[in-house]
Design a protein around this ligand. Sequence first.
Ligand SMILES: NC(=O)C1=CN([C@@H]2O[C@H](COP(=O)(O)OP(=O)(O)OC[C@H]3O[C@@H](n4cnc5c(N)ncnc54)[C@H](O)[C@@H]3O)[C@@H](O)[C@H]2O)C=CC1
Ligand SMILES: O=C(CO)COP(=O)(O)O
Length: 341
Amino acid sequence: MEKITVLGAGSWGTALAIVLAENNHDCLLWSHRADQAIEITQNHTNKKYLPETTLPTNLRATSDLKEAIEHSQTIVLAVPTKGIREVCATINDYLSNPALIIHVSKGIEPDTFKRISEMIEEEISPSNLQEIVVLSGPSHAEEVVLQHPTTVTAACRDLTYAEKVQDLFMRSYFRVYSSSDVIGVEIGGALKNVIGLAAGVLAGLGYGDNAKAALITRGLTEITRLGDKMGANPRTFSGLSGIGDLIATCTSVHSRNWRAGNLLGKGYKLEQVLEEIGMVVEGVRTTKAAYQLSNHYHVPMPISTALYHVLFENEDPKTAVDSLMERSKKHEMEDLYEGHE
Ligand SMILES: NC(=O)C1=CN([C@@H]2O[C@H](COP(=O)(O)OP(=O)(O)OC[C@H]3O[C@@H](n4cnc5c(N)ncnc54)[C@H](O)[C@@H]3O)[C@@H](O)[C@H]2O)C=CC1
Ligand SMILES: O=C(CO)COP(=O)(O)O
């Protein structure tokens, strides 16, 4: 049994805290809302994010970040990408011993192109940092709390820590694999949200399985192409954090990104869509980052680029799909044939 702190009491932070509490760890969940922390500790519910779920009685919550950090040196970071820097900068002030940070967020910061582990390293001083592990894969919170079989990957440059995270989380319904490819696991997790949004757009336009299969396959191609340039092991993209998460997000009714895209395809405006979903839709910001990265590395990413035009330049979704389909002919394995975009 270990003392573990989970920062972020949204759907994912809460679902993971449940797994840890069921594994008999002394788990303290931090919410930045006092009323939510009281609800979790006293009523054993988190109605806003997991309305049907009863939480284990050994799971407590606090809204005091200092108390949460003093609780343990094993910290699961489950806040949206946009909040990572702010939360890390604050906890850096409270840390008195090097912490193991396990991050579970999926995004890339626009403009800086930083992955989550890079942002953590910039905000937490080296003396306060033991290691960073990323935990990622096809894992909707709604199904984890129902104890449906789920598989994820824990990646760290030092495999010892990835294996430690495996031991903390492994449970009959929650299987964790290890990897040392932090870059690949982070890029796969972030960019699948862009393709998931696009899959929702296609569904919203009324397109079916042919279009979905094309999108997943060609989406994986552009993720792999970029990941390769950014230093990932291309094989990682055929694993859980790559194709695995891509399938889950592009085919699931639980996916916030898919649902957001679906509404966009039906003609709703982005602001309306985000209000309707009410939870973080990471793919929106990551689409901006993907578009910028595509230009920066001169890597063709036609799907991400088309989605960027829809999200940020008001392009009509149907026109964007038509433009994608009407591009010049290509070889399917175009990366082998330079000059063929
Ligand atoms: N929901 C899921 O099934 C999964 C989510 N993830 C990832 O986990 C991360 C968190 O997602 P969810 O839990 O789904 O989001 P959510 O929208 O359910 O909850 C986010 C939580 O973070 C809090 N929050 C927002 N901004 C904050 C800030 N600046 N500082 C502190 N707290 C802040 C919100 O109040 C809320 O409690 C995302 O990167 C997401 O991609 C990864 C795997 C599965
Ligand atoms: O990352 C997830 C599942 O693996 C959650 O996806 P959404 O953010 O699209 O809901």
